[in-house]
Design a protein around this ligand. Structure first.
Ligand SMILES: *Cc1c(COP(=O)(O)O)cnc(C)c1O
Length: 376
């Protein structure tokens, strides 16, 4: 048996929409399919304004530009995250203040945030790891009195919720990813969610290379001009058409992924009850989206041995982030705080194969191999 870690899922609707886009003959960005994708999210989740972007990394860069982040500013975020979360703000010259994860799951330790705030703090970026929500009420409560912007890196959090609120829709800004490894994909792609209406116009300008072209296209201005800083953050219509073909099947995809997640949880619960490994912690306020399934081992050596054992049995499992405060680029810039939990997840977390086509029999096999590892 050979089980890969990820396999992109095709709904079968993508080719139809790709040919429609080609047939319409408008391939550059901000056309009908881009609008349809944005409207899909605005209608389904009640987002005020969304902008389809070339990636989540780019949506995060837009967020940094929109908030006017610059040298001398500090931005608080978890160290256990993808490099783009930090890169977007570091590119603008900000200092990144890395926070530890909480002991129960890799999300930022909410109780630490207050102690990291200084007069220079301009933003708090939270990451909903595995589509499992951070404690957003608490985070907003800490940020609001200081007038600090909250950005949700919801790259993994599409169609997941905090209480009854969709992730990405709670902070001032939110971002999604449609990278091949995410629940819904256009190969590369992302989205900026603008929850603060006062930033909508500026967001469109940054998106359209610093011009007011979006307003021009709506007939609101007579000519379009360079009005501010921006870049080319729009994907072409083919990318939007592909994504639309995925969105049409969003509910079926989500249902399947949640079943896979639950099956893993069911199969591995005995091992967790025996104390061999721990399973994802989903707080009561979080409704996750079956983005990934991970286990946390008791030590780094054990994690690496388990990875090797799975590999030997044809199962491709992978670890996840290396902490950013320890990265070659940031090590010398970090203030020296030891981030125990983040380092622990970097050393002991392991992700199991997870994709739409994964069969129950394969989950049983993977779980059986893990059990065999622990019975030796
Ligand atoms: C995938 C991911 C990103 C980057 O998304 P891209 O669309 O590949 O740029 C950023 N942050 C997190 C937490 C991610 O998981």
């Amino acid at each position: 048996m050979k089980i890969p870690f990820n396999k992109p899922h095709f709904t079968g609707r993508e080719a139809f929409h790709l040919s429609q886009a080609a047939y319409k003959g408008k391939l550059s960005g901000n056309g009908d399919y881009t609008r349809d994708c944005q409207l899909f999210f605005e209608k389904k989740y009640g987002f005020k304004k969304t902008l389809f972007t070339t990636s989540c990394s780019d949506a995060l860069e837009m967020a940094a530009l929109l908030l006017g982040i610059g040298p001398g500013d500090e931005v608080i975020m978890p160290s256990y995250t993808f490099v783009s979360t930090a890169n977007a703000f570091a590119l603008r010259g900000a200092s990144i203040v890395f926070a530890d994860s909480n002991p129960l799951n890799p999300n930022i330790d909410t109780e630490l945030i207050e102690s990291l705030i200084t007069p220079k703090t301009r933003a708090i970026v939270v990451v909903h790891y595995g589509g499992i929500a951070c404690d957003m009420d608490r985070i907003m409560q800490v940020a609001n009195p200081h007038n600090i912007a909250v950005v949700e890196d919801a790259a993994q959090g599409i169609d997941a919720f905090y209480k009854d609120k969709p992730l990405g829709g709670i902070g001032k800004l939110g971002t999604f990813s449609f990278h091949e490894t995410k629940n819904i994909t256009s190969g590369e792609g992302g989205m900026l969610i603008v929850n603060d209406s006062s930033l909508t116009g500026k967001a469109e300008i940054i998106w359209e290379k610093g011009t007011n072209r979006a307003a021009f296209a709506r007939g609101e201005v007579e000519k379009y001009e360079w009005v501010s800083l921006g870049s080319s953050f729009l994907p072409n219509e083919l990318t939007a058409a592909f994504l639309y073909g995925q969105l049409e099947h969003l509910e079926a995809i989500q249902q399947k992924r949640l079943e896979i997640w639950k099956e893993y949880y069911r199969q591995l619960t005995p091992l967790s009850q025996s104390g061999f490994l721990s399973l994802p912690h989903v707080p009561e306020y979080a409704r996750h989206n079956g983005h990934l399934f991970y286990v946390v081992t008791r030590s780094s050596t054990e994690r690496d041995q388990l990875l090797g054992f799975l590999q030997k049995n044809g199962i491709h499992a992978v670890f996840h982030y290396l902490t950013l405060h320890n990265s070659p680029y940031y090590k010398g810039r970090h203030d020296g705080r030891i981030l125990h939990q983040a380092d622990r997840y970097a050393a002991t977390l392991l992700r199991l194969p997870f994709y739409y086509g994964l069969q129950t029999s394969e989950i049983e096999y993977i779980s059986e191999v893990i059990s065999r590892f622990y019975s030796n």
